[in-house]
Design a protein around this ligand. Structure first.
Ligand code: SDX
Length: 441
């Protein structure tokens, strides 16, 4: 192969430029030029120079990251080099969170210390219950989570010391420990149930189930099949490189805001129906379709551009989302405990037809992580409104890892993209009496 450079000739001036090409881990997946190198390409001395234009950043690397690798063509997802299939099979959520945050699988001593640290931060300040009590009875739990996580910044003012590694780690532990508690308390508020406090004898997901579903028993005993299924679902949702909400986390964090405010913003991004809110919309879509025999009619509406097939498609995966494959397998295990979910038949029929239809094949649309997860969550007893919350809880470790990596990256500064201005040229103010007739937008 020749030199690692791009030779660009600007035909406006006949000048030629040599732009270096650089690489990440994989030369065939991550070769790049620094867009700033394009600014030297000008037609005159007062020319600003060339920018790259990339709405929604479909082909723009915002950072160099070592956390997660996705190969969308081959349906590959790895956390710190470990294939998601192996982690889902053999790891736990807290072990995976440690890996994502600190780059290596923990030793026994490291995992025990990490687990103890998180376990002993699951309680939330008693005043926070007043926030949750203040929400209306039918408030969406994602709105409660976003509002309450943001409010945590007022309880831990030292979190603004974002340059101090020990302070950052303390907030990372607090957020990973407290998001399940806030999520569970939000659920209990929705149901009009008393809050169930953390039980430090249980695993991370066992305690989450305890805080959600404990009733009058003295000690809640999580079903081991559901506990493990939640562990795997949490592992699958932990991180996904530079998605919409991780980009929000990095962008807000780049202004050196505290991590609670940044994470509230990231959760806001995740809430959207095109992102983490899709799992809730999948269930509403399946309920709206109602039966297998009405699937063809819905597919027609999709092909006519009337509706989206929620849970299908992905900006990066142009093949099957590897997480969807694993989630589909978990469904069978969960249904053995909970009984099957009739919506599964509708989902399977949707997938069967969609994977044969030219509309989906040509657009390379496959089931993504959200297509099957909601069916499992509903079978486990969660209301559909809780589904995005069940995405945000495990994604907290990914958001915090992206935040930490951004803050310690010497190449990163405050996020401030440029624009291509397409508005009016300069013009003088027009007095009201000279403006003429009504112009109602
Ligand atoms: C997540 O980025 C991540 O990594 C996200 C995530 C993570 O872990 O953080 O993986 C989690 O957000 C998964 C995605 C969940 N969202 C959904 O399931 C919502 C439905 N999906 C679509 O909205 C869409 O596929 C996106 C948003 C996921 C991706 O959108 P893109 O990359 O901008 O693709 P596009 O909208 O440009 O679509 C390309 C074409 C279009 O058709 P044409 O204009 O070319 O004719 O495909 C069509 C779209 O209309 N299309 C769909 C479709 N998704 C894309 N048509 C019907 N149903 C769909 N679901």
């Amino acid at each position: 192969m020749g030199k690692n450079t791009l030779t660009i000739t600007d035909n406006r001036t006949g000048k030629t430029y040599e732009i270096p090409i650089a690489y990440g881990t994989y030369p065939t997946y991550g070769a790049y030029i620094k867009t700033a190198d394009l600014r030297q390409i000008r037609v005159s001395d007062d020319d600003f120079g060339l920018m790259g234009y990339d709405p929604s950043f479909g082909n723009t690397a915002s950072c160099r990251s070592a956390i997660t690798f996705i190969d969308g063509e081959r349906g590959i997802l790895r956390y710190r080099g470990y294939p998601i299939e192996q982690l889902a099979e053999r790891s736990t959520y807290l072990e995976t969170a440690y890996l994502i945050l600190y780059g290596e699988l923990p030793t026994r001593q490291e995992l025990d210390a990490w687990t103890a640290e998180v376990t002993h931060h699951t309680l939330i300040h008693e005043s926070i219950k007043k926030f949750l009590d203040g929400f209306h009875h039918d408030a969406h739990p994602m709105g409660m989570l976003i509002g309450t996580v943001g409010a945590l910044s007022t309880f831990y003012p030292e979190a603004k010391e974002i340059h101090d590694a020990a302070t950052r780690r303390k907030q990372i532990v607090r957020l990973i420990a407290k998001t399940p508690t806030i999520a569970a308390f939000a659920y209990r508020h929705m149901r009009g149930l008393p809050y169930a406090y953390p039980d430090n004898d249980l695993s991370y997901t066992g305690n989450f189930l305890n805080m959600l579903f404990k009733t009058t028993e003295l000690k809640y005993a999580p079903d081991p099949v559901l506990e493990r299924a939640l562990e795997v679902l949490f592992i699958l949702h932990a991180d996904h490189e530079q998605n919409c909400s991780s980009t929000a986390m990095r962008t807000i964090g780049s202004s050196h805001a505290d991590p609670y405010s940044a994470l509230a913003g990231a959760a806001g991004g995740l809430y959207g129906p095109l992102h983490g809110g899709a799992n809730e919309q999948v269930l509403r879509m399946l309920q709206q379709i109602g039966s297998k025999d009405r699937v063809p009619a819905y597919i027609k509406r999709v092909k006519d551009g009337e509706v989206l097939l929620m849970g299908f498609g992905h900006r990066v995966y142009k093949n099957y989302d590897p997480r969807a494959t694993i989630i589909k397998k978990i469904a069978d295990q969960v249904f053995q405990v909970t009984g099957t979910n009739p919506l599964l038949d509708i989902a399977l029929e949707l997938e069967r037809i969609a994977l044969q239809e030219d509309y989906f094949i040509t657009r390379r649309l496959y089931p993504n992580v959200d297509f099957y997860s909601g069916i499992i969550y509903q079978a486990m007893g969660f209301p559909v409104e809780m589904f995005p919350v069940l995405f945000a809880v495990p994604r907290t470790s990914g958001w915090m890892a992206q935040w930490e990596e951004m803050l310690t990256d010497p190449e990163q500064r405050i996020s401030r993209p440029r624009q291509v201005y397409t508005g009016a040229d300069v013009r003088d103010y027009v007095p009201m009496e000279q403006r003429g007739g009504a112009r109602v937008a």
